[in-house]
Design a protein around this ligand. Structure first.
Ligand code: NAP
Length: 248
């Protein structure tokens, strides 16, 4: 039977690339999305068209009840999860700290941090040997912004990703002896629609050449690393952050 992976926010961008790459690795993939049903269906069709297994599951991972349903639907449609990729994330919008609003903070921490705690909890119930599971891997999608502060007027985004870096270190100690590996991945500047929040393609064209490697990255370059981290080839990588950021 195929191993099962849940990728949150897999309708486009980095998540979609992870879902496609994971299916090639033999995973049956739960392609989660919040509103882009057509895009998620397209990712599923690409995977199944190539002989893989995938289902699209709508769930707003910032909402606890939706996350519980996402995992239940995955249990029913694909089986118990072996790998969880907490990829869904948002910028909301640019805002200096001296104008920060409760609305922005609530939105970003719900989508980027609370979601990761909800999904991690549901995964651990199924993966941890302490809970009767057979182990697994959990990847938290952080950002190089957690290290260097990110783009201007996005302290809310950088801080939400910094929370994940701390969580990786703490969680690794909790579950390392229960068969569950926890790793954080910090992409740098990657060409996706997330940048529509602060300049889109023009921003990517301007910032790309300033990255030490001389360009923005592709979603597939992140996906390759993420999927590898879930495999036995990475069996001793745990409780650490992996930068996929072209040197930035
Ligand atoms: P993206 O192209 O904007 O895609 C975001 C994905 O997340 C979409 O599939 C979206 O679903 C989903 N999503 C957003 N909120 C959600 C929610 N509440 N529940 C479920 N799904 C939700 O973003 P991306 O650039 O691929 O980013 C993926 C991750 O990498 C994020 O965590 C981001 O912070 C991180 N990252 C990105 C970069 C970069 O330069 N691109 C750099 C560092 C880190 P819908 O399509 O349905 O809206």
């Amino acid at each position: 039977m195929s191993k099962v992976m849940i990728v949150t926010g897999a309708s486009r961008g980095i998540g979609a690339a992870i879902a496609r790459r994971a299916a090639k690795e033999g995973y049956a993939v739960a392609v989660n999305y919040v509103s882009s049903k057509a895009d998620a269906d397209k990712v599923v069709a690409e995977i199944t068209g190539a002989g893989g297994k995938a289902v699209a599951i709508q769930a707003d991972v910032s909402k606890e009840a939706d996350v519980i349903r996402l995992f239940k639907e995955t249990d029913e449609k694909l089986g118990r999860v072996d790998a969880l990729i907490n990829n869904a994330g948002i910028v909301v919008r640019m805002c200096r700290a001296d104008s920060m609003t409760a609305e922005i903070l609530e939105k970003i921490f719900a989508a980027n941090v609370f979601s990761v705690f909800y999904c991690t909890r549901e995964a651990l119930k199924r993966m941890s040997t302490k809970n009767g599971g057979k182990g697994g891997a959990i990847i938290q999608m952080s950002s190089a912004a957690a290290r260097h502060g990110g783009l201007p007027e996005e302290s809310h985004y950088a801080a939400s990703k910094g929370a994940l870096d701390s969580m990786v270190a703490a969680l690794a100690r909790e579950v390392g002896t229960e068969g569950v590996r926890v790793i954080g991945v910090r992409p740098g500047l990657i060409t996706t629609e997330i940048h529509n929040a602060h300049g889109g393609q023009a921003l990517l064209d301007k910032a790309g050449p300033t990255v030490p490697i001389g360009r923005a990255g592709r979603p597939e370059e992140v996906a390759e690393v993420v999927v590898w981290l879930t495999t036995d080839a990475a069996s001793y990588i745990h409780g650490t952050m992996i930068d996929v950021s072209g040197g930035r």
